[in-house]
Design a protein around this ligand. Structure first.
Ligand SMILES: Nc1ncnc2c1ncn2[C@@H]1O[C@H](COP(=O)(O)OP(=O)(O)OP(=O)(O)O)[C@@H](O)[C@H]1O
Ligand SMILES: [Mg+2]
Length: 178
């Protein structure tokens, strides 16, 4: 029998901690699906928002973290943090044994496979675990969301509501009224 869970702050050494890294610009329902699947099998899952070097992200890292935190406000197993540098170092710092990645299609495989093996070389004690989203989310990527939205297409049902609202905000922010 499982013991009742202690509070979020009281994580124990035996906890299974997973890191789910990405740029999450913005977080989509595909990401949310993977995170909830992760939360079902690990004690804690840390969504790790990469400080990436991409020149023109749509949302700042702070905005991305804020949105993800709002989405998971009611989920004590899910935390949202930022990181830069080597993922495996961040994982070690957090006491994580697992890196979670999502696989949408065969096209994801090659890059993910390379990264998983490189990370294994860097940190043999950390395992990469791949998860598949619900079929209806397999075609969603942040890039596609950004493009469809920029062109005026509907994105309802593809991203959390908080993201939809923020996206609408970027439209007014970027096109000031005259
Ligand atoms: N719809 C989805 N279903 C399952 N996994 C996903 C989905 N979208 C992204 N992922 C996975 O989430 C992780 C983080 O990905 P990332 O932040 O690059 O998202 P992305 O949607 O691929 O964004 P971008 O289009 O900007 O690359 C990766 O492992 C990626 O394969
Ligand atoms: Mg990607």
């Amino acid at each position: 029998m499982r013991q009742p869970r202690p509070s979020r702050a009281a994580s124990r050494a035996a906890d299974r901690v997973a890191i789910y890294p990405g740029s999450f610009d913005p977080i989509t329902n595909g990401h949310v699906d993977i995170i909830m699947r992760g939360a079902a099998i690990f004690d804690r899952i840390i969504v790790a928002v990469l400080h990436n070097l991409e020149k023109a992200p749509l949302f700042s890292v702070e905005e991305r973290v804020q949105m993800a935190r709002e989405v998971f406000a009611g989920e004590p197993k899910v935390a949202v943090e930022t990181f830069d540098g080597l993922l495996v170092e961040f994982a070690r710092q957090r006491g994580a044994q697992v890196i979670v990645r999502g696989l949408r299609a065969v096209s994801d495989f090659e890059y993910e496979f390379q990264m998983a093996l490189m990370n294994r070389r860097l940190a043999p004690e950390i395992e990469t675990v791949f998860m598949m989203p619900a079929e209806s989310y397999t075609y969603i990527s942040s890039r596609l969301i950004r493009e469809v939205f920029a062109l005026g297409g509907p994105i309802a049902g593809l991203v959390p509501e908080v993201v939809e609202a923020r996206l609408r905000g970027t439209r007014t922010r970027r096109r000031p009224k005259r």
